[in-house]
Design a protein around this ligand. Structure first.
Ligand SMILES: [Zn+2]
Length: 293
C-alpha cells in the first residue's frame, strides 16, 4: 500500500536539518508576554487606580502560558518538533521513539525486534537510568539507533522548575548519557511532555532541540496491546513521530511488556504500508541513511 502524503506543515515542524544554533530567540507568545510585563510595570504608576485590571491582564497572560505548557504539541513556548518536516516525510519516513529507559528487560527485546525489521529508532533516556545501565546505552548506539535526553531524574515537578534547575537537570542528563554512549544527545523531550517558559532558553543554552510526538501509545497505563496499537496506527502516515516506552512499560495480563507486544505487530504494519522507521538524526539529516536531502 502506498503511504498517504500529508503536505501540511505546521509552525511547530518547520525545522531545519541542522542542530539548534546557539542563542535563545523567544517565541512570539513569549515576546508578547515580556512586552506586556514591561508595559504594565510602566502603566502602574500612571494609572494606580487600575491596578486590579492591569493585574488581571497579567494573570490572563500567565494562564495562557501555563496552558500552553500542559499541551505537549504546542509551539507557543518555543520550537517543537511534533512531526517530521516535509522533505523526510515525503520519503516515507516515520520516527519511533522510546522513553524512560534504558530498561534491562524491555530495551534488549525492543532492540532485537527493531533489528529483525531493519528499523531504527530514537531512545529518550533518563540520565539516571543511563548512568546505571551504561552497557545498554552503548548497545543502543552500536545497533545504529540514537540516544536522546529525557531529563536526569524524570521528576513529576519538572515543569515547575526555575531556569537554573532546568539547566542543571538537562546538563546532568546530557553529561551522563554522553559519558555512557560517547555521543551527546541532540534532542530533548520533557517528562510527560509538560513544559514551562524557561525550558526553551535552557535548551538553547545546551544546543538541544525540543521534540514531542504526533501519536502517543499510552503504553505505560494501558494493559491491552490491541488498544495501544489502534491508537498508533489510526491515520498513521509518513512524517509521524510515535511515542512508546521501553521504561515503565505496562504489563499485559500475562505479565509481558505491552510496548514489546505492540512493536511486534506495529513493525510489520509499517513494512506493509511502505513506511521506513528511522531515528531522529537520520530523519533530520547529518546521519548515514538519512532520508533528508
Ligand atoms: Zn517519560
Amino acid at each position: 500500500m502506498e503511504p498517504r502524503i500529508r503536505p501540511h506543515l505546521s509552525s511547530s515542524n518547520r525545522a531545519s536539518a541542522s542542530d539548534r544554533s546557539p542563542g535563545w530567540r523567544p517565541s512570539a507568545a513569549i515576546r508578547i508576554s515580556l512586552w506586556l510585563h514591561a508595559a504594565i510595570l510602566a502603566a502602574l504608576p500612571v494609572f494606580p487606580n487600575s491596578w486590579a485590571w492591569l493585574l488581571s491582564i497579567l494573570l490572563g497572560d500567565h494562564l495562557v502560558l501555563a496552558l500552553a505548557g500542559l499541551w505537549p504539541k504546542s509551539a507557543l513556548l518555543g520550537p517543537n518538533l511534533a512531526r517530521l518536516p516535509w522533505a523526510p516525510a515525503r520519503n516515507g519516513l516515520v520516527v519511533l521513539t522510546f522513553d524512560d529507559g534504558p530498561d534491562p528487560e524491555v530495551t534488549p527485546a525492543i532492540l532485537d525486534l527493531l533489528d529483525s525489521h531493519g528499523a531504527k529508532a530514537s531512545f529518550f533516556c533518563v540520565g539516571k537510568q543511563a548512568q546505571g545501565h551504561g552497557a545498554l546505552v552503548r548497545e543502543i548506539i552500536r545497533r545504529g539507533h540514537s540516544v536522546e535526553n529525557h531529563s536526569f531524574r524524570h521528576s513529576n515537578l519538572f515543569a515547575c522548575y526555575p531556569l537554573g534547575a532546568l539547566q542543571r537537570e538537562i546538563q546532568r542528563a546530557q553529561s551522563a548519557i554522553a559519558a555512557s554512549s560517547g555521543t551527546a544527545p541532540r534532542f530533548f523531550r520533557a517528562p510527560m511532555g509538560f513544559r514551562n517558559p524557561f525550558l526553551d532558553p535552557a535548551l538553547a543554552r545546551s544546543g538541544l532541540r525540543y521534540v514531542s510526538w504526533t501519536r502517543r501509545a499510552f503504553d505505560t497505563a494501558c494493559r491491552k496491546p490491541e488498544t495501544v496499537l489502534r491508537r498508533l496506527i489510526r491515520n498513521l502516515c509518513e512524517g509521524d513521530i510515535l511515542l512508546l516506552h521501553d521504561g515503565n512499560s505496562a504489563r499485559t495480563a500475562e505479565g509481558k511488556p505491552v510496548s514489546v507486544q505492540v512493536l511486534s505487530t506495529l513493525l510489520p504494519i509499517l513494512d506493509a504500508r511502505g513506511l521506513r522507521a528511522v531515528s531522529l538524526p537520520m530523519a533530520m539529516g547529518n546521519e548515514p541513511g538519512s532520508g533528508a536531502p
